[in-house]
Design a protein around this ligand. Structure first.
Ligand SMILES: [Zn+2]
Length: 70
């Protein structure tokens, strides 16, 4: 089961199942994801803490070039 917002894997027995009035069901790993999607209506691709988590592995090389010499 994956979080509908940040796409993280949710261990069984945890997370939040949210069902809208129209019957659409969402799985959320945490209340943080629930609030961001339903209340704040933020797009996952534009939320820093999600994109950071996704890019953390790939961006390790980028960080080196970003550092400025003192
Ligand atoms: Zn999530």
């Amino acid at each position: 089961m994956k979080c509908n917002y940040c796409n993280k894997n949710i261990p069984e027995g945890t997370g939040i199942l949210y069902v809208k009035k129209d019957g659409t069901a969402y799985n959320f790993c945490s209340g943080k994801c629930e609030i961001n999607m339903l209340k704040l209506k933020r797009k996952a691709s534009k939320v820093k803490w999600i994109t950071k988590a996704k890019e953390s592995k790939a961006s390790s090389e980028k960080k080196k070039t970003d550092k400025k010499k003192k």
